[in-house]
Structure formats: C-alpha cells, structure tokens
Design a protein around this ligand. Structure first.
Ligand code: GUN
Length: 296
C-alpha cells in the first residue's frame, strides 16, 4: 500500500487563515503587520521565493514589501538597510533572503537584525531561545513547518526516534532543537555528510527528516516499514518528458519510499508551502508582541 500523503497545501492554508484572522484583529487596534524582504542580487530561485513571500503577506492582510539590491551591494550598504528597517516602526518582520553574494558576511547581517524582528529565526538570540525551549522567540520557518505538519497528520513525536539527515543551521539543527523539547519529546539523531552508514541510522527511525539538498538520498531500503518521511528537499532536475524540461523533486526517492513508509510529504506540495505560512505566522506574532509591548 502506498504511503498516505501529508498535504502541505491544506495545512498551510489553515495556518494562513489563522494568520489572516489575527491580522484582522490587529487592524481593529490600528496595527498592520509589516514584513520587509531584502533580496540582494538576481538569483532566479530566490526571486521566485521572494515574490511568493510578498504575495502571501499581502493576502494575509499585511504590508508586504521587497527591497531589491544589486549583486554588487557592499556589506556596509546592506547593514545600513537593516539598520533602517530595525528603526522603522511600520516594519515588524525583516527577512534577508539567503544566499547572499560572496562579498557579504551573512552571519554579520543576521546578527544586525533586531531579534524581535527576526522572523526567519536565524539570529543567535532566537537560535538560543529555541534550544533552551523559550517560546517567545522565533523558530526557523521550515523546521517549525515540519513540526506543524507532523501534528496535523496525527503523528505524535513523543518517545519516537527521529533521524534528521542534514545539519544546516536553517533546517537540521533547529529541527533537532524543536523535537527534543519537552512537549515534542522525541529522541533525535542528526546525520550528515560525514556520517558512516547512513542507512544503519535511518532504518532505526520512526520518523526521517531529509534535508540535505540531494535528490535520491533516502531510498525505500533505508527505512523501517511504516516510518514517517518528511522530505524538506527542493531540487530541480532535468526531465525531458516535461514541458519545461525540468522537474522539482525532494531528497527522497518517492517511488521506492512510498510503498514502505506509512506517511510521506510530497514534493512539491509538502513541506514547501509550510515555509511561507510559518513566516507569516512569525510576522503576525512579532506584531502582536510589539502591540502588547513585549517585543523580545
Ligand atoms: N533561502 C532559502 N530559504 C530561506 C529562508 O528560509 N530564509 C531566508 N532568509 N533565506 C532563505
């Protein structure tokens, strides 16, 4: 029997409806949440993400704005823009789209963002809050979205062994931080490119989170029957049978995994749609916290 699909579009719609209702409640108090995305350079994939973020924020009833800067932007110029946004009371959330051009130190830019406006959850203050289980900060959108998907799919993580494949600061590490907290109560293993015998680990997992950015990393023979598989990968591969000549796939080999797993997120339509929904949720929370006078 093929695995049940976890519908990220449906869950993301539910989250966005909650956000819209909360924006409407803030509007009554004269507050319109503002989300400003900064895009440096012309990376086509980033341009698509940024357009979708602005569109999503407007649909939710926010002031969505995008600042576009050339690929030749200096670090000082970008830091000056971040300073302006930090000082702007109409802006509740700031997101600097990654990756940044080589001349800019991304960590330096992330540290410059006011943690109370860091709706990406990348600032060390928010990273630390997630790790110590303080819930008034911001968790990174993609792992937070995976956690919501698990809940909505009826997957209780308590006492479950979750094997995370990938140790990025955006997904793997914060995913582990979230799932190990009291309330989520999972036993967590993080695997990465230097882990010998990856399959030995994944075969012991009740839940596998694949976040490495390489198609076909997880195959059916690497899983325990009935495992839940969360595919965070978004990879564009050549496919001459499609009109565009390319196709989006995850990190999971869907054809071999689906007959073995109990539930799986498809690509597209799984984890992907959750990322923007969680960004909007973080932004409305930032606005609510400021309205209540308790910005982090
Ligand atoms: N690039 C790819 N994903 C992300 C994300 O979640 N936030 C930012 N700022 N850049 C990204």
């Amino acid at each position: 029997m093929p695995a049940e699909l976890i519908d990220g579009n449906a869950v993301s719609k539910k989250v966005r409806e909650d956000v819209r209702a909360r924006c409407a409640a803030l509007a009554v108090r004269g507050v319109v949440p503002g989300l400003t995305v900064v895009l440096v350079g012309e990376d086509p994939a980033s341009a698509v993400y940024v357009r979708n973020k602005e569109k999503g924020s407007r649909e939710a009833g926010m002031n969505g704005a995008t600042i576009r800067m050339p690929a030749t932007t200096t670090e000082a110029e970008l830091l000056a823009v971040v300073d302006q946004l930090n000082a702007d009371d109409a802006v509740h959330g700031i997101l600097v789209q990654m990756p940044l051009p080589k001349q800019i130190n991304a960590q330096k830019v992330i540290r410059r963002i006011d943690p109370a406006k860091d709706v990406d959850g990348f600032h060390p203050v928010n990273v630390g809050k997630v790790l110590i289980g303080e819930t008034d900060g911001f968790a990174p959108c993609t792992p937070a979205g995976v956690q919501v998907l698990l809940k909505e799919a009826g997957v209780d993580t308590t006492g479950k062994h979750v094997v995370i494949v990938g140790r990025s600061n955006i997904v793997g590490k914060p995913m582990a931080s979230l799932l190990v907290q009291p309330g989520a109560d999972a036993t967590v293993t993080i695997c990465h490119s230097r882990t010998p015998d990856l399959a030995w680990h994944t075969r012991r997992a009740d839940i596998v989170v694949a976040a490495v950015g390489r198609p076909g990393t997880i195959t059916g023979d690497m899983l325990k029957p009935g495992a839940v598989v969360m595919d965070v990968g978004i990879n564009r591969i050549q496919d001459p049978t499609t009109k565009s000549g390319t196709r989006l796939v995850g990190d999971v080999d869907f054809a071999s995994v689906s007959p073995v797993a109990s539930k799986i997120t498809p690509v597209p339509g799984g984890v992907g749609p959750m990322t923007i929904a969680m960004l909007l949720l973080n932004t409305v929370r930032a606005a609510e916290q400021r309205a209540a006078g308790q910005g982090a």
